[in-house]
Design a protein around this ligand. Structure first.
Ligand SMILES: [Zn+2]
Length: 113
């Protein structure tokens, strides 16, 4: 499943499409050793801290800040998935088709925010 564009910084900026599995493997290659040493509790705390920063960016409404904080949250979510042994591709499966409650796309559930 291809869900995002990923910008790689090297000598030049390259935009590529990365699959969720590739993203998770990429995060594991870069940070896996440190992540395993930190463990699940410490990694969860980092994820929550990043979600807090995202909340602040949402409140302030700065687009650049939003993009950066959403990227940070996604990276820390991938990190936590690595540490606890969950494959993101498997975890997202219930959201890849129609709404699991009403069976429609877009969702037509009554009272759902
Ligand atoms: Zn629905």
């Amino acid at each position: 499943m291809s869900v995002l564009d990923w910008i790689v910084f090297g000598e030049e900026r390259i935009r590529i499409t990365m699959e969720l599995d590739q993203l998770q493997d990429h995060i594991r290659r870069i940070y896996g050793s440190k992540d395993n040493t930190r463990g699940k509790d410490g990694t969860f705390i980092w994820l929550v801290a990043e979600v807090g920063e995202l909340g602040e960016a949402v409140r302030l409404g700065r687009k650049g800040g939003l993009e950066e904080e959403i990227g940070d949250c996604l990276a820390w979510l991938a990190t936590l998935a690595n540490v606890v042994g969950v494959r993101l591709e498997d975890a997202i499966q219930k959201y890849v088709d129609v709404c699991e409650s009403c069976g429609q796309c877009p969702c037509a559930c009554e009272g759902k925010p």
